[in-house]
Design a protein around this ligand. Structure first.
Ligand SMILES: Nc1ncnc2c1ncn2[C@@H]1O[C@H](COP(=O)(O)OP(=O)(O)OP(=O)(O)O)[C@@H](O)[C@H]1O
Ligand SMILES: O=C(O)C1=C[C@@H](O)[C@@H](O)[C@H](O)C1
Ligand SMILES: [Mg+2]
Length: 188
């Protein structure tokens, strides 16, 4: 494929045909899994689902309410089941919640049935992006920068098991989506 900024409709269609499994986005809170993932799906002319949204829909509660009322373990159980269903249904692009890929069962399922893409992003950028809303219960438990820094130390080696890694910096959503497609194209 030529440079991403020059992907032609024919090249995009050819890439979409070569992608024979769901593209599953993993990474820390604020890395862009939900917003950029939706763009990737639109560009590939495929469907998009978000595991956090699916859990909220199934429970008829927000992620924060589930954490507050039932605790993180209960949320993780639901997340494991929802992601197994989404993989089984074979969606085009799946945005996971930030902790989903850390669960060994979920990770094994994703790695053997999907293309996992790690959106790797600087803590400074994540702090700035996640600061806009307070709907992430883990970040409400203390200093968001410290929490994100600690999570990155624990999780980055695990996110690193994804087949594809994309460094995402300060760039428009569309540009990041193109970088993801380029990286998948190189990996395939
Ligand atoms: N590449 C980008 N450029 C500019 N803003 C971005 C980019 N990626 C994400 N953002 C912004 O950062 C915020 C968080 O992004 P998003 O909700 O997609 O993250 P997430 O990875 O899905 O997080 P979570 O794990 O909490 O679900 C949103 O306001 C989004 O618009
Ligand atoms: O990184 C995490 O563990 C989380 C990320 C969000 O997507 C939600 O799934 C929830 O807030 C937990
Ligand atoms: Mg999200």
């Amino acid at each position: 494929m030529t440079q991403a900024s020059e992907i032609t409709p024919a090249e995009m269609a050819a890439l979409a045909r070569r992608i024979d499994r769901p593209v599953v986005l993993v990474g820390l809170m604020g890395s862009g899994k939900s917003t950029v993932g939706r763009r990737v799906a639109t560009m590939l002319e495929t469907d998009f689902v978000d595991s956090d949204e699916e859990i909220e829909h199934a429970a008829q509660m927000s992620v924060s309410e589930i954490f507050n009322d039932f605790g993180e373990e209960y949320f993780r159980d639901g997340e494991r089941r929802v992601i197994a269903r989404l993989i089984e249904e074979g969606h085009g692009v799946i945005a996971t919640g930030g902790g989903a890929f850390i669960d060994p069962e979920t990770r094994a399922l994703i790695l053997s049935n999907a293309i996992a893409v790690w959106l790797d992003c600087d803590i400074d950028i994540l702090v700035q992006r996640t600061g806009k809303r307070n709907d992430r219960p883990l970040l409400a438990q203390g200093n968001p920068r410290e929490i994100l820094t600690n999570l990155s130390k624990i999780r980055n080696p695990i996110y690193g098991e994804a087949q594809v890694r994309v460094e995402t910096g300060i760039a428009p959503h569309h540009r990041t989506a193109l970088s993801i497609l380029e990286a998948i194209d190189r990996w395939l």
